[in-house]
Design a protein around this ligand. Structure first.
Ligand SMILES: Cc1ncc(COP(=O)(O)O)c(C=O)c1O
Length: 482
């Protein structure tokens, strides 16, 4: 591709993106593609000769697009809906063009310093104290893994140097999560060789919040058994229900036992930008690490997770390694941050650029406006559910996600209700205008309506509500017929 062609296709693709973003509803939100259908349309071997951009572009539009589930669709209300806001998309384009690797300060001073600045801005927006230092990672899964590694480093058990295997002197290291904690924290424990069995799941109460008294009992029992508790994860906005763990009470326990407290606010943490929601981060300033994902509920294109630590030196001690070929004068003078020291990867994308574009384009007021709107729409939907005799809510709605199920009068059997709700969700999803996902709460098949897309409006949640009611109505008619 010569640069003239680059210019031509660049213009064409930007036009295409602007059209796409102005009408994502033209496409079914959940791709109707069957497994293997996309692969079947692609050659199994790479091209021997160069292909034209015209041919590649055509295949993108004809083949790839049909296998896309449209996260930009305002009817996308599954999992945690998100948004690639236009300023973030432009920043991604620039980051790809610059193609800088932010491993060291000198490999692009602006990448490092912009990361410092934007993460400090985000910290201020969230109302956290200035004791925190941030680092951008690809995902909350990685952020939490780094937090566990830092916590293990803080035990001073020399795991960094001696490892964990074949050591008689090492007690079982125990970490504590709740039965609602995202699986990524458990995966972090597995990856770090701590063992899945050593991730203890603390039961939650009827509001799906970790029970601090059971946390303390578990810690105490482990100490009595000769184990070594070292890490607790509390969540602000759990994945299934968006419940908020009682961080102040948990922080009190972790302080008493000298344990590392990690707060997972991957989705929910963003809501603290609203003054009326700031209470969700109560106690977080006492934690050791905190994660929030701008790529979830902060308009930033995937991927962008931010990990904050209050003692960055510990995270650095866990990971920093300086071969001669990466040394520099400013590193020796300790004058700069080299972000390669704060995680696993050496090469790092310039992710701060898109976060900077987004934070500047929306400003505090713009971010507050869209977060507030999402929470209000969730409250509206929750009210519709509460007022309907055909449906019931299965969890509180503190943020922008509603957990509910169809429960028509006279249908008591839990298995029937589970099957009904699965059918209802599938029917709605097949229609292509709304995409919902599910979870199971205390054995009950639970539908989740998660509002997180910038373009979702009341009309979209009304459409979801109408389709849900219709699906339940159809089920009743079919049941009578049978
Ligand atoms: C509370 C919570 N933590 C962590 C994650 C994992 O996020 P990521 O996909 O960035 O690894 C999720 C994903 O939904 C989540 O809800």
């Amino acid at each position: 591709m010569n640069l003239e062609q680059f210019r031509q296709y660049g213009h064409e693709m930007i036009d295409w993106i602007a059209d796409y973003l102005s009408h994502p509803e033209r496409y079914p939100v959940l791709s109707p593609t069957q497994p293997g259908e996309i692969k079947g349309q692609l050659p199994s071997a790479p091209p021997e000769q160069p292909e034209t951009m015209a041919a590649i572009w055509q295949d993108f539009q004809q083949i790839i697009l049909s296998g896309i589930t449209h996260w930009n669709h305002p009817g996308f209300m599954a999992y945690f809906a998100n948004t690639a806001a236009p300023p973030g998309i432009l920043a991604e384009l620039l980051a790809a063009a610059l193609n800088v690797n932010g491993m060291l300060w000198r490999t692009s001073p602006a990448a490092t310093e912009l990361e410092e600045v934007t993460l400090d801005w985000l910290r201020q927006l969230l109302g956290l104290s200035d004791e925190w230092q941030g680092v951008i990672t690809d995902s909350a899964s990685m952020s939490s893994l780094l937090a566990i590694a830092a916590a293990r480093e803080a035990t001073n058990l020399a795991v960094r140097t001696l490892g964990m295997s074949g050591r008689d002197d090492l007690p079982r290291l125990r970490l504590y999560i709740s039965d609602q904690t995202h699986s990524s924290v458990e995966k972090g424990a597995i990856t770090l060789g701590l063992g899945q069995e050593n991730a203890i799941k603390i039961p939650t109460d009827e509001q799906f919040q970790m029970r601090p008294e059971l946390l303390e009992a578990a810690i105490q029992a482990d100490i009595n058994a000769g184990h070594r508790p070292f890490f607790v994860c509390a969540t602000v906005g759990t994945t299934s229900t968006t419940s908020i763990d009682p961080v102040p009470a948990v922080a009190e326990i972790t302080a008493r036992y000298g344990l590392w407290l990690h707060v997972d606010g991957a989705y929910g943490g963003a809501a603290a930008i609203l003054p009326e929601m700031r209470h969700i981060l109560a106690g977080t300033d006492k934690a050791d690490s905190f994660v929030v994902n701008p790529h979830k509920w902060l308009l930033t294109p995937l991927d962008c997770s931010t990990l904050y630590v209050r003692r960055p030196d510990i995270l650095k001690n866990a990971f920093s390694i300086l071969p001669e070929y990466l040394r520099s004068a400013e590193t020796d003078a300790q004058a700069v941050i080299n972000y390669m020291d704060y995680g696993v990867q050496l090469g790092r994308r310039f992710r701060a650029l898109k976060l900077w574009f987004v934070l500047r384009s929306y400003g505090q007021s713009g971010l507050q406006q869209f977060l507030r709107h999402h929470i209000e729409m969730a409250q509206t939907f929750a009210r519709w559910v509460d007022e309907s005799p055909q449906f019931e809510r299965l969890a509180p709605t503190p943020l922008s996600t509603v957990c509910f199920r169809a429960s028509p009068p006279g249908v008591e059997n839990e298995e029937t209700l589970n099957a009904l709700n699965e059918m209802v969700m599938n029917r709605v999803n097949e229609r292509g205008q709304v995409f919902l996902s599910h979870t199971k709460l205390r054995g009950r098949y639970t539908l989740r309506l998660a509002i997180g897309n910038l373009f979702t409006q009341e009309s979209h949640i009304a459409e979801a509500w109408a389709q849900l009611q219709e699906a339940v109505g159809d089920w009743k008619i079919e049941r009578l017929r049978d």
